[in-house]
Design a protein around this ligand. Structure first.
Ligand code: 13P
Length: 248
């Protein structure tokens, strides 16, 4: 049985003080739910958010990692360093990283493997651009991302991964994919995972939708059978809005 997972991706927002303010308000509002709540925060706020959520079942994660364990890689953060902060999840392959920082499927795959080696669950992001969607290429594009991003990841690790389907044209644009469009793509992802790992393993993998998720549209999105959660950007910065999404 897949337990729904709703994650907030703060992107490059909030200083540690602002993170603490968020957590205080969020913890006041949070009384535990059947849904898992995850905060994916900037590296600089991980320690603060971990401290502020201690004793709750709110999960905490990072937004990026480097695939080498250590070395002369100025400015990078490794999976063992994240493990030392006792985080649960880490995003890899977000479209902003693919687009602005040249993250390829090969890099995403290596980062996912580095995280799994340390017992951190990767949130692997996939999704097509508007150009690809308008040309009708979304299925081929997303299927090939899944194949490449999971390449060489064995079944026992694959089940620990989360996939986030985030169509680039729906991110930060206010233009949400319709629940049907989102549901269809998440079904396609499940099919691809079934072809790689078989029905039982693929059935365990959490598949989220992301892109302009708000309190107003979360119910319809979560109604789709293959959607097990959401990856929320802008609306996760406000503790009241994010809580409304979790309590949809
Ligand atoms: P928005 O919710 O702001 O559209 O961002 C989605 C996203 O990129 C989450 O990773």
């Amino acid at each position: 049985m897949r337990i729904p997972l709703i994650a907030g991706n703060w992107k490059m927002y909030k200083t540690p003080d602002e993170a603490e303010e968020f957590c205080k308000k969020f913890a006041e509002l949070y009384h535990g739910t059947d849904i898992r709540a995850l905060l994916l925060v900037p590296f600089t706020s991980i320690a603060t958010v971990k401290r502020c959520t201690e004793g709750t079942d709110i999960l905490v994660g990072a937004q990026n990692v480097y695939f080498e364990k250590e070395g002369a890689y100025t400015g990078e953060i490794s999976a063992p360093m994240l493990k030392a902060l006792a985080i649960d999840y880490c995003i890899v392959g977000h479209s902003e990283r693919r687009g602005y920082f040249g993250e390829t499927d090969d890099i995403v795959n290596r980062k996912a493997k580095a995280l799994l080696e340390e017992g951190i669950r990767p949130v692997i992001c996939v999704g097509e651009s508007l150009e690809i969607r308008e040309a009708g290429g979304q299925n081929t594009h997303v299927s090939s991302q899944i194949r490449a991003d999971f390449q060489g990841i064995p079944e026992e690790d694959a089940v620990k991964c989360v996939v986030a389907y985030e169509p680039i044209w729906a991110i930060g644009t206010g233009r949400t994919a319709t629940p049907l469009q989102a549901g269809e793509m998440c079904s396609l992802i499940r099919e691809e995972l079934i072809s790689m790992y078989g029905e039982d393993a693929a059935d365990e993998i959490i598949i989220q939708y992301g892109g302009s998720v708000k309190p107003e549209n979360i119910t319809d999105i979560m109604d789709m059978p293959e959607i097990d959660g959401a990856l929320v950007g802008g609306a996760s910065l406000d503790p009241v809005k994010f809580m409304d999404i979790i309590n949809f």
